[in-house]
Write a protein that binds this ligand. Structure first.
Ligand code: LIP
Length: 243
């Protein structure tokens, strides 16, 4: 938190993304802490400085700042996300929002917690009454841009673009959102929050897997999952989906 005055300290500020120096510094701190205790483990992160290929049984998945552009512009809607996987299964995950002092966490055989208290997904079962978080999908700004935003707007009561995938999914886990979908997020965006949604009684699904850890991902309260999938999956078939 003592780096908030460095919000503007970025390596690049582009139309579609901000590369922030604190992303790299925070990743390095997280890696050194983990490697000091578990030198034989592997690490995967958005700013990964770790080993290039994951061969160990244990893999730590780190997004030091999820919601980087929010952080850069001064919005508190960003988080640090860490997950631990054992032989490919996520066994623990935590998502912390430093400026809002909100900690979401879960282990694979326990309850999802928000600041230490159990949470559960919403009971909304009518998709037309659901609030769904999504992303801007504005890449390339071609005719395909915003088509997912348009679809979510059509199928749900309201879409919301809040700019931090892991936080959006934690809102699903605590019942303040009914679902989350994005057509292109990364393993480090979703790894911890997906476990939290599942342990809160929700459902998560990779609708399409793309190269380099990128995917189309859906997380819901479970009740609206099939309806969301029915609307979204046909839109994904025309991309390099590996599923
Ligand atoms: C962000 C995601 C967000 C997505 C943004 C960006 P970052 O991650 O959390 O959901 O819409 O495009 O990818 O880059 O801030 O860690």
């Amino acid at each position: 938190m003592n780096n908030l005055e460095r919000r503007g300290d970025c390596n690049s500020n582009l139309r579609n993304d901000v590369k922030h120096k604190l992303d790299i510094e925070a990743q390095q701190v997280a890696e050194s802490v983990i490697m000091n205790v578990f030198p034989e483990h592997d690490i995967l992160g958005e700013e990964s400085c770790g080993k290039p290929t994951a061969t160990a049984d244990w893999l730590w998945i780190i997004d030091p700042i999820d919601g980087t552009i929010n952080f850069f512009h001064g919005l508190p809607w960003w988080c640090c996300s860490v997950a631990a996987r054992y032989k490919g299964t996520t066994v623990a995950g935590s998502v912390f929002l430093p400026e809002l002092n909100m900690l979401f966490e879960a282990v694979c055989d326990g309850e999802a917690l928000f600041n230490g208290r159990p949470i559960k997904v919403s009971s909304t079962s009518d998709l037309s009454l659901a609030m769904i978080a999504t992303g801007a999908d504005k890449w390339d700004l071609d005719k395909r841009s915003f088509r997912f935003m348009k679809k979510v707007s059509e199928m749900a009561q309201r879409p919301r673009i809040l700019g931090a995938a892991a936080v959006d999914m934690c809102m699903v886990a605590c019942g303040r959102m009914d679902g989350y979908f994005e057509s292109g997020i990364y393993t480090w965006d979703m790894a911890a929050a997906a476990l939290i949604v599942e342990r809160a009684g929700g459902e998560t699904e990779t609708l399409c897997q793309y190269p380099k850890h990128r995917m189309a991902f859906l997380a819901t309260n479970g009740h609206i999952h099939a309806a969301c999938r029915k609307h979204l999956l046909p839109m994904l078939s025309d991309r390099s989906c590996q599923l």
